[in-house]
Design a protein around this ligand. Structure first.
Ligand code: PLP
Length: 465
């Protein structure tokens, strides 16, 4: 008897779940028509006012049925993300940044000279002392399974480094050694965001943020900034995008791709807003040492934050895959358990290399000097070709606008590569900035100067300058 009832109810529950899928499909068809009308009217895909009307209607309905608001907010985020995806879908196969990289390598292999200004990797390499320390560590058998949080000696050294560099006390219990900054960002998102939660991302942004949020089932909510405003996010625009599903905001200053750093005052305003609205700040500060002025950090701020750091840029240790996180102890424990689960630990000999790096007090300054000299050269050359751009405060990129109205940025980048042998990253990948390109300072100065001059020739020949 019980068995029959159970089977009937299960069938009914299945039917209702399938019905929800049908409703989603019908809604998508309506959304496609809305997208068409928005395109005709030149409106943005995401319109916060309209989204909040939908959320409120759903929550009101939920109340009538005694459903938890939290569940309904998650459902709203899934529905809204589906709408945005349906509206953003374009026709035909999309070219990606990887196509440019692949083609540049292919051209170099076939003997052509290519100015490689598309890569996000400094060409400086790790200091000799680090290379030696890692080799010795391998020879001396420092290659065991070790603590998932990282070696106590390294965490103590990071704690000391943070105190010296930023004048902030952070105990080793708040530090986690990670396989690079990228994995640290994944750990932060995986521990802070549940499916349906929202993450605020300030555009232009490093594409990994949105991809990673998507990957953990959360919804990245973009906040557009403009060159005309010096790439400063407007506080009320940030506030407008906060919904009951928003759990965190990711900040990245100095910024990839714009080179923007926020003033201390402005950074604090953003942090205060996050604190008032109970959001966690994920602060990606991997370019902290590549800066012209004083770096503004989230360290020491009185709110829940996750600081992302890396040895890749400050010490040229990209392939070593080592970075670290500073966060409160409960978050560190959760993140450490993920490292334990998937990889046990960062290799012990690599951690020895990181410890050696922290003793080289001059290296980050020397590397930063090289980057800032390259930046000055890039700024000078871009000025000569009449490009509009924000003069970077730091980082390792310049992000000029090159008047590509109506030109597909990805096709532009591929054509520039084929005809002049200059590889750049198209602005479209940083949040739809189609008329911009990102020039990386990860290449030698001669290459940057030559690349920008060739870009100028190309723009003139095409009548774009
Ligand atoms: N964050 C930003 C903004 C970056 O541009 C990069 C690398 O290019 C990283 C984080 C990650 O660097 P890594 O994983 O090498 O530490």
């Amino acid at each position: 008897m019980v068995g029959d009832d159970l089977e009937r109810l299960r069938e009914e529950a299945r039917g209702l779940a399938v019905e929800m899928v049908r409703l989603l499909a019908s809604r998508r068809a309506v959304v496609s028509r809305i997208a068409e009308l928005k395109r005709l009217a030149g409106l943005d895909v995401i319109q916060p006012g309209i989204e909040s009307v939908l959320r409120t209607a759903m929550v009101e309905e939920a109340k009538l049925h005694g459903l938890p608001a939290e569940t309904v907010h998650r459902l709203a985020s899934v529905i809204l993300a589906d709408s945005a995806a349906a509206q953003e879908r374009r026709q035909g196969p999309q070219l990606t940044h990887m196509d440019i990289l692949r083609r540049a390598v292919e051209m170099q292999r076939s003997g052509r000279e290519v100015q490689r200004l598309e890569v996000g990797e400094p060409d400086l390499g790790a200091p000799q002392e680090v290379r030696r320390a890692v080799s010795e560590a391998v020879f001396n058998g420092f290659a065991r399974y070790v603590e998932s949080r990282g070696l106590p000696e390294l965490r103590a050294a990071i704690s000391e480094h943070v105190r010296e560099r930023f004048n902030v006390e952070v105990g080793p219990e708040k530090i986690l050694v990670t396989p690079g900054g990228r994995f640290a960002i994944f750990l932060a998102m995986k521990t802070l965001l549940s499916p349906g939660d929202e993450l605020l991302v300030i555009d232009p942004s490093w594409p990994m943020y949105k991809q990673c949020a998507d990957f953990v089932g959360a919804r990245p909510v973009p906040i557009k900034t403009r060159l005309e405003d010096g790439w400063t996010p407007k506080i009320d625009a940030v506030e407008e995008r906060i919904s009951p599903a928003t759990k965190a905001i990711i900040l990245n200053y100095p910024n990839n791709p714009t080179g923007k750093s926020l003033s201390k005052k402005y950074f604090k305003q953003l942090v205060e807003l996050a604190r008032d609205r109970n959001l966690t700040v994920i602060s990606d500060e991997v370019y902290a040492d590549y800066t012209k002025g004083e770096h503004v950090t989230v360290l020491g701020e009185d709110l829940r934050y996750v600081l992302i750091q890396s040895f890749s840029k400050s010490y040229g240790m990209t392939g070593y895959r080592v970075g670290y996180v500073v966060a409160d102890e409960s978050l560190i424990s959760k993140m450490a358990s993920i490292i334990g689960l998937v990889m046990t630990c960062v290799p012990e000999f690599i951690q020895h290399g990181a410890m050696k790096a922290l003793t080289l007090k001059e290296t980050p300054k020397q590397y930063a000097d090289i980057m800032m000299r390259r930046m000055d050269a890039a700024v000078r050359e871009l000025g000569k070709i009449g490009a509009k751009f924000y003069r970077p405060d730091g980082g390792m990129y310049v992000f000029p606008e090159i008047g590509l109205d109506g030109v597909d940025g990805m096709k532009f980048a591929l054509d520039l590569l084929e005809s002049k042998g200059v590889a750049v990253a198209p602005g479209s990948i940083f949040g739809g900035y189609d008329s911009f390109i990102r020039i990386s300072l990860g290449a030698p100065e001669e290459s940057i100067v030559k690349g920008i001059r060739l870009l100028g020739d190309y723009l003139r020949e095409k009548g774009l300058a």
